[in-house]
Design a binder for this molecule. Structure first.
Ligand SMILES: [Zn+2]
Length: 215
């Protein structure tokens, strides 16, 4: 099966579902689409230089997580828009890669780029399944969609992945994003969130949790 993951920013896939990606990549082809290249992530460095650095960090992390393919859409960081152009791009990717499972942020995430990614992807999954949107390939029906949490925890998660065996790999991947982790300890923060999910669900030492949407 192909698994298509959507990340608003370069470090989001590793932070939000890196343990699940590492698990899935053992038996499936995992492809990650980056909506922006995170060029607004630091005021100390030029946007062009930072985007390049963060895309290089993605490549390193992808290797660690077993991701087979990365796609950069290079929308402006902080200004991701729900529009026709972005929908057409995402529908084309879905119809080309034919994923059985799509993973994206959940709609109530407070960050506007995360919210926009959720809205774009969920609408594209639906539109990709029907005989609509000329020039984006043949219809493809995604069977399952999992929506992840980043820094706005999901209130009522329904799907839990036990990532106890892949948490070390996940942390290693997050540490590739040096441009971000040197200022804020994202690796520590998400380890605590995953531990919280593991303890409270009783399903594993470390868990990632998701909302489930029908494809
Ligand atoms: Zn983000």
């Amino acid at each position: 099966m192909n698994v298509l993951v959507f990340a608003p920013h370069p470090d989001d896939a590793a932070i939000s579902c890196g343990g699940t990606i590492s698990k899935l990549s053992k038996k499936n082809k995992v492809i990650v689409v980056y909506m922006t290249s995170g060029e607004a992530g630091s005021i100390k460095i030029s946007e062009k230089k930072l985007a390049k650095q963060r895309e290089a960090e993605v490549k390193k992390a992808a290797k660690i997580l077993g991701v087979k393919k990365t796609i950069f859409l290079r929308n402006p960081d902080g200004f991701l828009e729900f529009n026709k152009k972005n929908l057409q791009k995402i529908i084309s990717i879905i119809r080309q890669e034919k994923p059985g499972l799509v993973i994206c942020p959940y709609e109530k995430d407070k960050h506007r780029d995360h919210k926009a990614t959720a809205e774009l992807v969920l609408d594209s999954v639906w539109k990709a399944s029907g005989p609509w949107i000329k020039g984006t390939g043949k219809p493809w029906d995604v069977k399952e969609v999992l929506c992840y949490e980043t820094w706005t925890p999901i209130q009522n998660p329904v799907h839990f992945e036990d990532i106890s065996k892949t948490i070390a790999t996940k942390v290693k991947a997050i540490k590739c994003f040096k441009s971000q982790t040197k200022d804020i300890g994202y690796d520590e923060a998400v380890k605590c969130l995953n531990r919280f999910r593991g303890v409270m669900s009783g399903l594993g030492n470390y868990c990632e949790c998701f909302e489930v949407k029908e494809g």
